[in-house]
Design a binder for this molecule. Structure first.
Ligand code: C2E
Ligand code: MG
Ligand code: MG
Length: 612
């Protein structure tokens, strides 16, 4: 098939011209230049200004799209190769929105690569210029384009107000991302479904950002909006021009894959989306991890109206989350059952607190000089009326998702403080208590007030309490976390960094936060005596922590060999099945009463004595 010349391309029925008619009044045409190389950009802006144009520069694709929506220029000159959102992505985004749909668009390419040019033209670019170009070439191309555009505009001019009422813009387009809303998606779906041949299917994909509430809370309003825009850029880059994308709510997007592209199946698209979103987002000098899950439903198998399809895709999305996030799931009728089970579990979790079904187990922490118990970690358990004792791994994620973790965590904290106070009152050897603090609890505005209240209520000396936090809780908003930790420390409560090694494991973070203890995750401790990589890492972590004057607790110590290695490395404290599993309060009390100690080989103790 012969390729169409740009001027032969069908004119898209659009309404943009109106916005430009305002620029026409003062007769100075507004040109937006999107170019990431500063020198090139400055050069083009200078040429345009000398050619009596009003020129605006955007330093990257995202900024370019924003300026295009805000300023509705008469023409856009855009570089193809840019990091993050490239020229094709910019054009795809602009062509999704009627305000910017028909703004003449000229691509800049570094070399006259036929494929690049063809791709640009297929996306709807009007012309291209190969770098380097002369002043005359640039101004010539712009003038030619503007003339054609003026003729077009005369034929299709409609007043802006009229357009606004006709399309009811705000109802159809999301303010922040300029993507279609569910309302427009519905119209598009009906159109697409009508056009889908009987032997083909239409896939609807729901992309949900997981734990977005927590991220948003940490980033604040503006940060959250920036993140959403960046996410949209990546999503746009992962789908094809003919696909339809909409924003359904704060953290959910729907994509209807264009029918008839058999070679491109929905699994491939879903995997690409997950991969691209998986790369951390650089915002405000922090790396923000975003995890997504995807649910897919297809018409006509799973339904033939949008509401049913979205509901089914939603079920598949929830299932993907349940399976651990960062994956996609197709809707099948049997996953409905699993979701129901989850809903039932959530409902019974809601009642579990009132029904006093939670228990706190205590796992001893043992110092490695004499082998004495010096502390305990409080670990919650759920005594489910039918399922028996449920481990936290099974309900904590659900509790976090539903927000129930805050009251549950607070109950654990109160219960554990009370218990330690009771042991002290009974004359047992003093131990400190470590309590896990979830992201939601840590971010409660009145966390300190609640903490002080519990200490007062239980009359436990704050020096015996340590709160365990994971890195992921802290890195979302470093400055806020630092303030919070300082406030906790001001109460005399200690802070422990839990599961070190599973998150960012960055020394930079360690130095910024006022930790007292570092807990090495059990994945490093496992087979430490034979696994050379784990051995090297743990040795490095221990010596680094020692340099920062932190107490080091090795988690998950299961064998005598692991213990020997840790002693030799002068680790301070251990916690693991080798000494004891988490046990009930009564069993723990019994251990304290008996003065149970860990037997440490003499030679290993000797190593420690240099340190303590
Ligand atoms: P965690 O804070 O890292 O707790 C240590 C986990 O490692 C516990 O699992 C403990 O039983 C297990 N463990 C200890 N020693 C060994 C060992 O030698 N070998 C092995 N294989 N495992 C060992 P548990 O009790 O199942 O708790 C899992 C996680 O649930 C905890 O990890 C913590 O993140 C969370 N969690 C537990 N209780 C609470 C709570 O009250 N609040 C919050 N927010 N999270 C909690
Ligand atoms: Mg812990
Ligand atoms: Mg841990």
């Amino acid at each position: 098939m012969r390729e169409l010349l740009p001027e032969e391309k069908p004119i898209k029925m659009s309404i943009r011209p109106i916005a430009n008619s305002m620029n026409y009044k003062n007769n100075m045409k507004k040109i937006l230049v999107i170019e990431d190389e500063e020198i090139v950009r400055a050069n083009i802006l200078e040429i345009l200004e000398s050619g009596s144009f009003e020129a605006i520069g955007a330093k990257n694709g995202l900024q370019g799209v924003q300026f295009a929506h805000q300023q509705v220029p008469d023409l856009i000159v855009c570089d193809i190769t840019m990091p993050e959102l490239d020229g094709y992505g910019v054009l795809k985004l602009l062509r999704q929105n009627p305000l910017t749909l028909t703004i003449p668009f000229i691509f800049l390419t570094a070399r006259a690569d036929k494929n690049e040019i063809r791709e640009g033209m297929e996306l709807g670019a009007d012309d291209y210029l190969t770098k380097p170009f002369r002043r005359k070439e640039l101004l010539g191309a712009i003038s030619a384009r503007l003339e054609k555009d003026a003729a077009y505009r005369e034929r299709y001019a409609i007043a802006l107000e009229q357009y606004k009422t006709e399309l009811n813009y705000s109802l159809h387009y999301d303010e922040l991302t300029k993507l279609p809303t569910q309302l427009l998606l519905r119209e598009k779906f009906q159109e697409l479904y009508r056009e889908t041949p009987a032997n083909q299917t239409l896939a609807i994909m729901l992309v949900g950002l997981d734990r977005f509430e927590q991220i948003a809370e940490a980033l604040g309003h503006a940060g959250r909006d920036n993140l959403i825009q960046e996410v949209v850029c990546r999503l746009i880059g992962s789908v094809s021009f003919n696909d339809t994308m909409a924003r359904l709510n704060t953290n959910q997007f729907a994509i209807i894959l264009a029918p008839g592209e058999e070679e491109r199946d929905s699994q491939e698209v879903a995997a690409t989306i997950l991969d691209t979103l998986n790369q951390p987002f650089g915002l405000d000098r922090h790396e923000i991890p975003v995890i997504a899950s995807i649910g897919i439903a297809t018409a006509p198998h799973d339904g033939d109206d949008l509401d049913h399809l979205i509901a089914h895709a939603q079920t598949a999305l929830s299932h993907a989350r349940k399976l651990g996030s960062n994956q996609y799931q197709f809707y099948t009728p049997d996953i409905q059952g699993v979701s129901l089970e989850k809903l039932t579990l959530e409902a019974s979790l809601r009642h579990a607190l009132e029904r006093c079904e939670f228990l706190v187990y205590y796992q001893p922490q043992v110092e490695l000089l004499e082998g004495r118990i010096v502390g305990a970690e409080a670990l919650v358990r759920w005594q489910h009326p039918e399922r028996g004792l449920v481990a936290p791994g099974e309900f904590i994620p659900l509790a976090e998702e539903s927000g129930l973790i805050a009251p549950i965590g607070e109950w654990v904290l109160r219960e554990a403080c009370q218990q330690v106070k009771r042991w002290q009152a009974n004359g047992l050897p003093a131990v400190s208590i470590s309590v896990n603090l979830s992201f939601r609890q840590f971010n409660q505005p009145d966390l300190i007030r609640r903490l002080v209240h519990i200490l007062k209520e239980t009359s436990l000396d704050a020096a015996y309490l340590e709160l365990e936090l994971t890195e992921s809780v802290l890195v979302q908003n470093v400055e806020a976390a630092k303030r919070r930790l300082k406030a906790i420390k001001a109460q005399g409560v200690k802070i422990s960094l839990d599961d070190f090694g599973t998150g960012y494991s960055s020394l930079k973070y360690l130095q910024q936060f006022p930790f007292d203890t570092l807990k090495i995750d059990r994945c490093f401790v496992r087979n430490i005596n034979s696994d050379t990589k784990n051995a090297a890492l743990t040795t490095a972590i221990i010596s680094m922590a020692r340099g920062l004057h932190l107490n080091v607790v090795a988690e998950g110590v299961e064998t005598q060999e692991e213990l020997t290695f840790l002693c030799q490395q002068r680790c301070n404290t251990m916690q693991g099945y080798l000494f004891s599993r988490p046990v009930s309060a009564d069993e723990f009390e019994e251990m304290l009463r008996r003065g149970k100690t860990l037997s440490i080989p003499k030679s290993d103790r000797f190593g420690n004595s240099f340190f303590f």
